[in-house]
Design a protein around this ligand. Structure first.
Ligand code: NDP
Ligand code: GDP
Length: 333
């Protein structure tokens, strides 16, 4: 008999790729969708899986909707991916971020306990928890020093997942994922902002791209690779915490150079660094040490940085050419 998965955040980047991955493994896939999400199911459309996914209406901040969803879907695996996931927005909406990104994990874990659902649980933790890093590479034991309300909320959700595992013996795992991108990434994140901006400039629809801090460094991988790691965590006999990343890091400036270079352009002719787009507190550099994931899960990233950026630029060129879409206006940091 096939297994059943329940995914919160199925309308997001990772939710869509994870649903696609699990359907290919013959899972029955259900996803929590809030009423806001009607327009964001486009990702499921792009992957051609909208009709194959069971949509359950609800909200991560409404525990009764989560309990009902679990009773209805009877999942074997629960992937808690829903969040206010944009660091930049979290300074303007710290309370919402705390409620959804932080407390949402408590609602989900409590719903599992109260319904008596024996499902294995995955929590989407984040490298943003490391924040002000003290070592060049971060692993599962690195100190947590979040630098944004988003990072703080993720620390709560992460620690609660560990606590429920230790308190109640839940099969609850936490994936500490470093930044991962794709053509389905939200346009507010710097990778998409750059690839979409470069495509618009190449097509003569814009001339400049305003960014914030060009020196920040991230360990950027491909989302399609990372959803496999989520699944692998729930296939282990023992739950645990796993750092997932490529082990390499690049600056925002490198991302600009490669994206514009892919289109035969020099980013220095178009990109400006605007002080007003800098964050109140920055995470300067993140780089994963994914050796535990490699050793225990047999997982490693397959798509490299240049390949990832080229894939995103090509997708944005196609989108702009076929849909005549204009790039977004600045939406903050
Ligand atoms: P997205 O922003 O693409 O997706 C977030 C999802 O959460 C959307 O489906 C959104 O729905 C949903 N959501 C937001 N608020 C609620 C709510 N109150 N109730 C129910 N659903 C809600 O994020 P990603 O797919 O990129 O990331 C998935 C998870 O992984 C997130 O928790 C993120 O913080 C975390 N993460 C991501 C990393 C990355 O680099 N991508 C790195 C590390 C962690 P809607 O469309 O309606 O807003
Ligand atoms: P994050 O790592 O989850 O915050 O992912 P983002 O893609 O939002 O940001 C990655 C890095 O890019 C951060 O250090 C930002 O400060 C930096 N950055 C520089 N300019 C911009 C910009 O215009 N938008 C965003 N989102 N980030 C920017």
């Amino acid at each position: 008999m096939s297994s059943t998965a329940f995914i919160t955040g199925i309308s997001g980047q990772d939710g869509a790729y994870l649903a696609d991955f699990l359907l290919a493994k013959n899972y029955r896939v259900f996803g929590l969708v809030s009423r806001r999400s009607v327009d964001t199911l486009w990702r499921l459309d792009e992957l051609g899986i909208r009709e194959r996914v069971g949509i359950v209406e609800g909200d991560l901040s409404d525990m009764s909707s989560l309990s009902r969803a679990l009773e209805r879907t009877q999942p074997d695996e629960v992937y808690n991916l829903a969040a206010q996931s944009f660091v930049g927005a979290s300074w303007n909406q710290p309370v919402l971020t705390a409620k959804v990104t932080g407390l949402g994990s408590a609602y989900m874990l409590e719903a599992l306990r109260l319904v008596g659902c024996p499902a294995r649980y995955y929590q989407a933790s984040s490298s943003e928890m490391f924040g002000k890093t003290v070592t060049p590479l971060q692993n599962e034991d690195s100190p947590l020093h979040p630098r944004s309300p988003y990072g703080v909320a993720k620390v709560f959700a992460h620690c609660l997942t560990v606590n429920y595992r230790e308190s109640f013996g839940l099969h609850a795992s936490s994936g500490i994922l470093f930044n991962h991108e794709s053509p389905l990434r939200g346009e507010e994140f710097v990778s998409r902002k750059i690839t979409l901006g470069a495509a618009a400039i190449a097509l003569g629809r814009a001339d400049t791209l305003r960014l914030g801090n060009l020196e920040a460094r991230r360990d950027w991988g491909y989302a399609g690779d990372y959803v496999q790691a989520m699944w692998l965590m729930l296939q282990q006999e023992q739950p645990g915490d796993f750092v997932i990343g490529t082990g390499t890091s690049h600056a925002v400036r490198d991302l600009c150079r490669i994206a514009f270079g892919h289109l035969g352009l020099n980013y220095e002719d178009h990109v400006t660094s605007d002080a007003s787009l800098r964050r109140p507190a920055e995470v300067d550099a993140l780089r994963a040490d994914p050796s535990k994931a490699r050793r225990v899960l047999g997982w490693q990233a397959r798509v490299g940085f240049e390949q990832l950026v080229a894939m995103m630029v090509d997708a944005d060129m196609r989108r702009l050419q076929t849909r005549g879409r204009q790039p977004m206006a600045d939406r903050g940091l």
